[in-house]
Design a protein around this ligand. Structure first.
Ligand SMILES: [Zn+2]
Length: 152
């Protein structure tokens, strides 16, 4: 999949999407909330900034920094949503550009347990389940930005 037609590259270059959903951009990574419709508030994505299919294609710099980036992004999801656990899932199929789904897992919500979260996603995608309220997502993105800037 060439860069020009990659949905992730397009999102990274879209000022409106950046304004609404992007949380942080570093030399190697882009951290952003799942765009609307979002399956859950706090469903965050960690993307490679470079068009890259996944860890198999990492540069040395990406390989060295990946563990820290995943830990910090997962910690952000936990701090901001108050979830009990954070799932990390990457298929790289819809767009063959690394986007790691970091999913807040609340133990009191069976709909988000393990593979059930895939059913939750499909139900939201087909309109059988309500997406996260866009105003809740917007406020969460703001809190993520504030939390990161407070970390220095
Ligand atoms: Zn791309």
């Amino acid at each position: 999949m060439p860069v020009e037609t990659c949905a992730i590259c397009q999102l990274h270059g879209d000022p409106a999407a950046r304004e609404r959903f992007e949380i942080e951009r570093s030399e190697l990574w882009v951290l952003r909330h799942h765009p609307d419709p979002a399956p859950l508030p706090g469903w965050i994505l960690l993307d490679s900034r470079r068009h890259c299919s996944g860890p198999v294609d990492f540069s040395e710099a990406e390989a060295s920094d990946w563990g820290r980036a995943v830990r910090d992004a997962s910690d952000l999801v936990k701090q901001i949503t108050g979830c009990d656990r954070v799932y990390a899932i990457a298929f790289g199929e819809g767009a063959q550009h690394l986007h790691l789904h970091l999913i807040p897992r609340h133990l009191d919500d069976p709909a988000s347990k393990a593979w059930a979260v895939a059913d939750l996603y499909r139900a939201m995608d087909s309109g059988d389940r309500a997406a996260a309220d866009p105003s809740v997502v917007a406020s969460l993105v703001d809190r993520c930005r504030s939390w990161i800037s407070a970390q220095g």
